[in-house]
Design a protein around this ligand. Structure first.
Ligand SMILES: [Zn+2]
Length: 260
């Protein structure tokens, strides 16, 4: 699904583009090179590669697999997509260990306990090729991708900023969603005090397109959603969270509904 001149949505649970447990996966068209932001859980990797081809791109032109953070729903397809394309897998340096040693990820054991994975799903670790650092600027063809380390949802969460024909797009992973809802979870590594300290880095960026890892994205006035979250984080009541409102998609019933 083309969403701007340089950005396509190629994987998603809620838009019905790939496996029901996939996050939103975005293709960035840098002209001579392509980047994929997040890969989904892995069970939809074939769909994602098919969607890239259906948008008119040869998946073998993919050079970068950019991972927003170390939760497996965002990188589980990285091994397969790297194998098929030769692209390099990049994740923030704080997430290198988490995706190479999946037993250290508390979300995986909790999801197993609550029966949230389809029968027979066995996650396998990934060895990333490169580490992202805060403030880094990656070249993807003729586009610059700026890395903004934004701890809070996880210690290794990053946002990616690009300019697309004079409009600014921010890929936020699980850091912030539509209406400024946050990715706060009751999970090791997730921290409200990290959010309070780090999230204001996103102030004043003049973002048009806010492209989160789940749910709807916005094409205009994305910065207003960010500023709302900054305002909520300055108050003493708990900020609104995306996952609380969307609990249904993490529940076992959802997989049954989807026939998985
Ligand atoms: Zn996450």
């Amino acid at each position: 699904m083309k969403i701007s001149p340089r950005i396509h949505l190629v994987g998603s649970e809620q838009f019905g583009l790939s496996h029901p447990l996939d996050c939103n996966c975005y293709l960035i068209d840098g002209g001579s090179a392509l980047a994929l932001v997040d890969t989904g859980l892995g069970l939809g990797a074939g769909d994602i590669l098919g969607n890239i081809a259906a948008q008119g791109f040869d998946p073998r032109r993919l050079t970068h697999i950019l991972i927003t953070h170390s939760h497996i729903g965002h990188w589980g397809g990285a091994n397969l997509i790297r194998e098929q394309t030769g692209a390099e897998v990049w994740i923030h340096e704080a997430g290198l260990q988490a995706i190479s040693d999946i037993e250290s990820d508390p979300a995986i054991s909790i999801n197993r306990k609550f029966g949230r994975y389809p029968a027979g799903f066995e996650p396998s670790p990934c060895r990333p090729d490169r580490a992202l650092t805060s403030g880094q600027c990656l070249e993807v063809g003729d586009l610059a991708v700026r890395v903004i380390h934004t701890m809070g949802h996880t210690r290794d969460s990053v946002c990616f900023l690009i300019e697309d024909g004079g409009r600014r797009a921010l890929f936020t992973g699980d850091v912030v969603f539509y209406a400024g809802k946050l990715g706060l979870l009751n999970l090791d590594g997730c921290s409200l005090s990290d959010y309070r300290r780090e999230f204001p880095k996103l102030a004043g960026l003049n973002i048009d397109m806010l492209l989160p890892g789940h749910g709807v994205f916005v094409l205009r006035r994305g910065q207003r959603h960010i500023e709302r979250a900054i305002h909520k984080l300055s108050d003493f009541v708990m900020p609104e969270t995306f996952f609380e409102d969307n609990e249904f998609v993490w529940a076992r019933d959802y997989l049954h509904l989807m026939g998985e």
